[in-house]
Design a protein around this ligand. Structure first.
Ligand code: NDP
Length: 449
């Protein structure tokens, strides 16, 4: 698809001009604007109020120096970011990513996507994202702690429980959230729900660790059930072996499917008998080692160097849960040829636009990230609610709310797709449903931002 509407094409042109050299951000904006053509036609008042021009421009973009000292006493410098993209429907909310590939364009793409994803949850949270080009891999606990403390020393002046509540993402798990929370509390002398993904002993929510992966499967199951299919007895390939991938795999197994492959940025494992998750958790969560260690525990399994070939494995369902643009057109074609009937995105923007087109043209059930992986941020919002009440819900209570949210997201986006003349296209449905709530709130609040 290309942007055919002249007005939206102009908005896109300005985005490219204002944000040069940021292809991931351009890609994310283009996909949303393409979907919004029917909205422009039906809502001239949004055009008049400049909603489209405003929504693609962050309310605030913060960039800062993060100095820290490594174990050898050498001073290191990284770059920190926080984009506070849109606060029309609630306080800014979105994860922090620590990965060497992080730069302004990645943060903006993720922050932009977050606006619509957060809106789709039905909960009152605005869109944000942040992070750093710091690489926690290979660093000692002491180095990670000193980095996190330095990062929070600056970030703390921009966030707060009613202003902006960051969470984890790639490279930011319970350990990093703990170090950052400790530093926030020390500087502000304030024990408050300023971060989510916290440990259970200091305000974390049950199910938050599992939420994105479990939510992805609840969404995918609902999408497949609507077409007479399910995880039961299906073969599933999942990329990544981090937080999202591990708990997606756990839920697939609970729903009667068989996960046969997982990966990391070095390569992938194939276990025809079904991946043993206790082993994966031991390797990734406890030992923080590479996925190739798996074959030492299970010699019948195979390890392959390089991660993109994971999509050549024959499967019924593919759940990309590693990173952006990991499925290109070629991989999408191979998946289709091998009989894959459903793809649900656990990672953010893991399929290129060309890959999405292949899926849609071939009738593959396709759940886009901003809907399918919204369970993480939804449960983060439930953590915020529990923190505000100074109360904790049980695992079953949170899990039931998460499931309800994911089922409703599926229903709302498929209804929006139908209402706007694109029945079955959940990309269009998610973009329109996510946009409408934010646009209405912006419209009601006048030219505030
Ligand atoms: P983790 O850091 O826990 O795991 C990331 C996994 O993806 C690791 O296995 C990692 O391998 C792999 N990976 C990362 N970068 C690349 C790359 N460039 N090429 C190949 N593999 C890569 O992150 P999460 O599981 O939290 O996040 C995964 C995806 O899900 C991201 O897109 C994130 O934005 C998205 N997401 C996460 C949410 C959450 O709640 N955590 C919520 C919503 C979306 P290696 O260890 O080798 O780097």
């Amino acid at each position: 698809m290309a942007i055919r509407n002249d007005y939206l094409a102009e908005v896109m042109k300005t985005v490219v001009k204002r944000n040069p050299g940021e292809p991931e951000f351009h890609q994310a904006v283009r996909e949303v604007l393409e979907s919004l053509e029917p909205v422009v036609e039906r809502h001239p008042e949004f055009v008049e109020a400049g909603i489209f021009e405003r929504i693609v421009e962050p309310e605030r973009f913060i960039m800062f120096r993060v100095p820290w000292v490594d174990d050898s006493g050498k001073v290191r410098v990284n770059r920190g970011f926080r984009v506070q993209f849109n606060s029309a429907i609630g306080p800014y909310k979105g994860g922090l990513r620590f990965h060497p590939s992080v730069y302004a364009g990645i943060i903006k793409f993720l922050g932009f996507e977050q606006i619509f994803k957060n809106s789709l949850t039905g909960l009152p949270i605005g869109g944000a994202k942040g992070g750093s080009d710091f690489d926690p891999k290979g660093k000692s606990d002491g180095e990670v702690m000193r980095f996190c403390q330095s990062f929070m020393t600056e970030l703390q002046r921009h966030i707060g429980p009613d202003t902006d509540v960051p969470a984890g993402d790639i490279g930011v798990g319970a350990r990093e959230i703990g170090y950052m929370f400790g530093q926030y509390k020390r500087i502000r002398n304030d024990f408050t729900g300023v971060l989510t993904g916290k440990g259970l002993t200091y305000g974390g929510s049950l199910v938050r660790t599992e939420a994105t992966g479990y939510g992805l499967c609840y969404f995918a199951e609902e999408m497949m059930n609507a077409h007479g299919k399910s995880f039961k007895d299906s073969t599933v390939v999942i990329s990544g072996s981090g937080n999202v991938a591990i708990y997606a795999a756990e839920k697939v197994h609970q729903l009667g499917g068989r996960v046969v492959a997982l990966s990391d940025s070095n390569g992938y494992i194939y276990d025809e008998q079904g991946v043993n998750l206790d082993t994966v958790k031991q390797i990734k969560e406890v030992e923080r080692k590479r996925i190739k260690e798996y074959v030492n525990y299970h010699p019948h399994a195979k390890y392959f160097e390089g991660c993109s070939d994971i999509w050549t494995i024959k499967c019924d369902i593919a759940l990309p849960c590693a990173t952006q643009n990991e499925i290109d057109e070629k991989s999408a074609r191979i998946l289709v040829e091998n009989g894959c009937f459903a793809v649900a995105e656990g990672a953010n923007m893991p399929s290129t636009p060309e890959a999405i087109e292949v899926f849609l043209k071939n009738g593959v059930l396709f759940g886009p990230a901003k809907a399918a992986n919204a369970g993480g941020v939804a449960t983060s919002a439930l953590e915020m609610s529990q923190n505000s009440m100074r109360y904790s819900w049980s695992f079953e209570e949170v899990d039931a709310k998460l499931k309800d949210i994911m089922v409703n997201i599926y229903k709302n986006i498929s209804a929006a797709a139908k209402e706007y003349g694109h029945e079955g296209n959940l990309v269009v449905g998610a973009n329109i449903a996510g946009f409408m709530k934010v646009a209405n709130a912006m419209y009601a609040q006048g030219i505030a931002y």
